[in-house]
Design a protein around this ligand. Structure first.
Ligand code: G
Ligand code: G
Ligand code: MN
Ligand code: NA
Length: 250
């Protein structure tokens, strides 16, 4: 209850901010895009992480207004980067509650149009569970998103449902391999190998999440993973730090 009142005020006062984690090309080590991750700049508690408030945003329905804010902020930040000569796409995470709303794609398109960021510079991250066994036509929404120019990534891949048929059938541009599989690289687990092969076979990009060691990166390079994210390259950082990173490492 207290959290809900707190969140209503936070949405009203725009107390949120976006941190960005670079996504890096495994071979060239160039930053190819960045994932926006929400933070709450709480007036008393300081920086609060999404694990503590996303659920409550969903339960209260505040996620829709928060989602509008996220797309707006990400769009403006993308535009700012582009104007500085770093025209990389930004990915945003979408909660199932947003995805299942009939006006989702139109709302996103209308919101983004105000920022100067083209749709093809925004990527939508959805989880596997948002595709399977849901009470709405996920494929139709993905087709709409795709037609509108957005690209789509499946987040936390490997942890959800095991029906792989949709990957070929749906307009998905990348699979983000959950970090639990990246953690198993040292134990010679073949699951990640299987996912990388799958991506190659159907022609979509493989992105490894949660890469923390140079040994993991070396393995990923050798096994033809396309891109990675993780503390090894950078934690999620504020926009200003992302700009510094782009400026100094390119
Ligand atoms: O940044 P952090 O590692 O704490 O993020 C934890 C999880 O919170 C992420 O895996 C992501 O799924 C979720 N998350 C972060 N930012 C957003 C956001 O803007 N919208 C939604 N729906 N989820 C987010
Ligand atoms: O669910 P999603 O993949 O959107 O969540 C991203 C989350 O993963 C963020 O909260 C981020 O802080 C976290 N993260 C990113 N890189 C690493 C990493 O290398 N190690 C660990 N443990 N967490 C990471
Ligand atoms: Mn994500
Ligand atoms: Na993930």
């Amino acid at each position: 209850r207290a959290l809900e009142k707190d969140l209503a005020r936070a949405v009203e006062n725009k107390e949120f901010c976006l941190y960005y984690q670079p996504r890096v090309d495994c071979q060239t080590q160039k930053v190819v895009s960045a994932e926006a991750l929400m933070r709450w700049q709480h007036p008393e508690k300081g920086l609060v992480f999404p694990g503590e408030f996303i659920g409550a945003l969903e339960d209260t329905g505040l996620i829709h207004r928060a989602g509008d804010w996220i797309a707006d902020r990400a769009g403006r930040d993308q535009r700012k980067l582009a104007d500085m000569g770093y025209d990389i796409p930004i990915s945003i995470n979408i909660s199932p509650k947003q995805f299942e709303r009939p006006d989702f794609v139109n709302r996103l398109t209308a919101g983004l149009a105000k920022t100067g960021c083209p749709n093809d510079r925004l990527e939508i991250e959805i989880t596997e569970s948002m595709l399977m066994g849901v009470g709405f036509d996920a494929k139709a929404i993905l087709m709409d998103l795709c037609r509108a120019g957005f690209s789509i990534a499946v987040d936390d891949f490997g942890t959800g449902y095991s029906n792989l048929a949709y990957i070929q059938d749906y307009p998905i541009s990348s699979l983000k391999v959950d970090r639990s599989f990246v953690n198993m690289i040292e134990d010679q687990s073949s699951v990640i190998n299987l996912i990388l092969s799958l991506c190659r076979l159907i022609g979509i990009s493989a992105v490894a999440e949660g890469v923390e060691t140079i040994d993991q990166l070396a393995w990923l390079r050798m096994n033809h993973c396309d891109q990675y994210q993780g503390f090894l390259y950078s934690r999620p950082v504020p926009l200003e730090s992302l700009i510094e990173l782009l400026t100094s490492r390119h």
